[in-house]
Design a protein around this ligand. Sequence first.
Ligand code: ADP
Length: 506
Amino acid sequence: MRRHGVLALSAIVLPAAFVAVLGYVSLRQWAASAELLFREQARDVAAMAAEKVEMMLRHAEDGFLDQLRAALASPGPPGPAFDALLARAPLVGRLYVLDHRGAAVYPAGSGADASVVARLRAEGSRGLWERGGRRDLLLGDDVWVVTLVKGRDGAPLLVGCSRDREALRREVFETTLGALESPTMIAILDHQDRPVYSRGPLDGAQRLLAVPFREGLPGWRVAVYQPPGASPRAAVRRQVALFTTAFGVLLLAIVAGIAATWRLMGRETEMARLKSDFVANVSHDLKTPLSVIRMFGETLEMGRVPDAARRQEYYRVITRESERLSRLIDNVLDFSRIESGRRRYDIVPTAVEPMVRATLEAFTYPLEQQRFKVEVTVAPDLPPVPMDTDAVGQALANLVDNAIKYSADDRALAIDARVIDGRLALAVTDRGLGVPKAEQARIFEKFYRAGRSDTQGRRGSGLGLALVRHVVEAHGGAVTVESGPGAGSRFTLWLPLAAGPGASHA
Ligand code: ADP
């Protein structure tokens, strides 16, 4: 049994451990690849967004420069034309135009910021005049685009225009990124990592990565965020927790199932053992009185007993043994009736004392022969008690039979009937072997016989007390035992004084 248990348990534990390890490893791998994929996607989205912004920015600037060239080409002073141009181009914050010597053509006079003019001039001297092209610069907090355009006289002019942050946010970022289909949380950060624009609130969100603009916005970056708790790692952690819980519950259910099956198996095995003991015991119990009856009968028949007193004793032995036989057969038959639910009780008010005396009568011979001290006390004022006389008589007989059977040297039997707490208490007391506390509940189970060798040495079916309990319960009563090893036993039948509802039949 133990070996089977270990086998069954390892048959679960090993595969379970294997599945757990496998699950854990594959979850880890899945987590790693999910995170990689997520990052790659985020990088793609950021790069695409940067490209879109750059394209839009270039387009707007090209438009502005075209208009600037047109303004330069038209007659009249360029100042007012530039003013008008600026008013129409919100993306351009400030506009500076320098001539070849580095003097500010626009804004004229005191409107020019000397430091900006100096920076633009320096940029010009860094090869812009010779090579031309377009440069993006960071001046202070602003991003400037610097390039050359042809002046009215054909000489190149240096044009610098700053980009207006607010207009960028509104006209470029919002229109390009706001329309992006991906649900990714995206933001534009300036050269000091301050968010200029963000899709959705960034509080608590974790920055996943940032991609710099290739041109147009030096030092600025497109950043991708993930909302709190939305990282693939957190998702995996949730999956792991879920998996572990589900797995644990499954394992628990399997173990509980096995434990239950095991218990059931144990009970079945025990029941099978008890039944086979029962068959052996009953066969023996049937055979013993039969062979005694036969032996004494034959002896009498042959007329070999001249002594009349002897003959009388032989007759009594035969009667006693047949009574034992009847009791045993009654027990077995009753038991099978009870098991199949066919046992009926005929409960009528009955005088207790005659029932007790009649029951004891059957034991006169063994009690006398084994020199039992017998004491019967029936309270004189007992009312008639509702009972099935045969059934209660049989229950009492079983108790007396046990008292005799399980007695040792101190042979005493006391029967006591009185009313306690409004119930009839019919007690059978002996000074025999007693029943250990641990077994007291089990001795009332069918086929159960207390396991000690001294009681097992006495033959029995293990049905007696099961029948007793059934009979008293059918009367709405109970049976109790007070006993200790070597201290004797007191079995008490408790019967209600008035038949309760449902007590009349089993
Ligand atoms: P059995 O046929 O074995 O007597 P019972 O159901 O009558 O079956 O009793 C069950 C067990 O309870 C007995 O095997 C015995 O161990 C124990 N038992 C019953 N009555 C007594 C008693 N008066 N003294 C000691 N043990 C008892």
